[in-house]
Design a protein around this ligand. Structure first.
Ligand code: AMP
Ligand code: MG
Length: 336
């Protein structure tokens, strides 16, 4: 039996091509994904990543729709097709947009354009039960502290240069790992408790990590143990992040801190945030690890919220992509 609206969402902003079906009443039904892995020591090559996405798109969408998952839906049961309009890498975004466009054209159903960052937040709210939290969005593409006010998610603090994900990935690549490297850095860091001094930069409520990266590379070059460097980078960068989050928590008086984005999978950071939040009598809600990185579910769920608010694209021709698209310019009518 049908249980409310169903939306299929496609994520393709960077390394991940993912498709998911969500239902209004039951939440995430399926979430299928394929991740492009660059060569060891290199970062995402946009044209290669787009080539990867093209090669997996049909399989991933089919998997998201398949009934063999029990909870899957036939394409006829989908009410709208959502895609990540941005921000992200142009060639990658286009694969997702064209895939969603093809599905919409062949079924006559509407399209919904979703901002990737809003997607992380709304899926985090669904999965953790957070209502109107202070949000720490930490991923490959973002490092921001945001809160909802007057119809948009407003930025209370952000990075001035590298994101937390970029800091960890660039350090990992420097020693020859393939991106994404966050989990391997966390593993290496857990084997040390020797702190090597690194620059600590907070400007107002914004943060900067480029000095941490440069100094960490110099330590590696100088023969410091990689585990000690990873430990010190995590302690420094996470303390910086926790400091600005604490200031925003005190400023907003929020009792809920939601942590979303790929770096939310890091246990050391969660521990620091929990210690800090306790002082403010706030609870920390961390998105479950299988949904912390980029995934179709963030696009499908936010697409469903937009669809229910009537926020669909006027025509298929409007399904363009936006490589830059700041979170605080995105209307969120479902939260009005
Ligand atoms: P996203 O852009 O949301 O897909 O997040 C990807 C980012 O999360 C990459 O920069 C990864 O290195 C990072 N990441 C994944 N797992 C961890 C972890 N356990 N600790 C720190 N960073 C992580
Ligand atoms: Mg992301």
């Amino acid at each position: 039996m049908r249980s409310g609206a169903r939306v299929l969402g496609i994520e393709s902003t960077a390394h991940t091509f993912s498709a998911s079906v969500v239902s209004e009443k039951e939440g995430v039904l399926t979430n299928s994904r394929a991740v492009y892995m660059p060569a060891e020591g290199s970062g995402i090559h946009p044209a290669e990543a787009a080539e990867h996405h093209l090669s997996v798109a049909v399989r991933v969408v089919r998997e998201a729709l398949e009934r063999k998952h029990q909870r899957g839906s036939g394409i006829d049961e989908i009410d709208a097709f959502a895609y990540a309009m941005g921000p992200g890498l142009g060639p990658c975004l286009r694969v997702g947009a064209v895939t969603a466009r093809t599905l919409a054209l062949s079924t006559g159903k509407p399209m919904v354009a979703v901002n990737h960052a809003v997607g992380h937040i709304e899926l985090g709210c669904l999965l953790t039960g957070a209502k109107t939290p202070l949000v720490l969005l930490i991923s490959g593409g973002h490092t921001m502290v945001v809160a909802h006010s007057d119809g948009v998610w407003r930025v209370l603090g952000e990075t001035l240069d590298l994101t937390l994900g970029q800091l960890l990935d660039q350090l990992g690549r420097y020693v020859g790992f393939a991106s994404p490297c966050g989990r391997r850095i966390e593993e290496a860091a857990s084997k040390s408790n020797r702190y090597l001094k690194l620059p600590y930069t907070v400007k107002g409520n914004d943060v900067s990590f480029s000095g941490v990266l440069t100094a960490a590379k110099k330590l590696v070059e100088g023969g410091a143990s990689f585990e000690d460097v990873c430990y010190s980078v995590q302690e420094t960068a996470f303390a910086i992040t926790t400091e600005v989050t604490e200031r925003a928590l005190a400023f907003t008086g929020s009792r809920e801190l939601l942590v979303v984005g790929g770096v939310a999978a890091n246990r050391r950071l969660a521990k620091m945030l929990e210690l800090m939040a306790k002082r403010h009598k706030a609870s920390v809600k961390v998105v479950p690890p299988q949904f912390s990185g980029d995934c179709g579910a963030q696009i499908a769920w936010t697409g469903l919220l937009a669809f229910k608010s009537g926020d669909v694209l006027p025509s298929i021709a409007d399904s363009v992509v936006r490589q830059s698209w700041r979170l605080d310019t995105v209307p969120t009518p479902w939260r009005a």
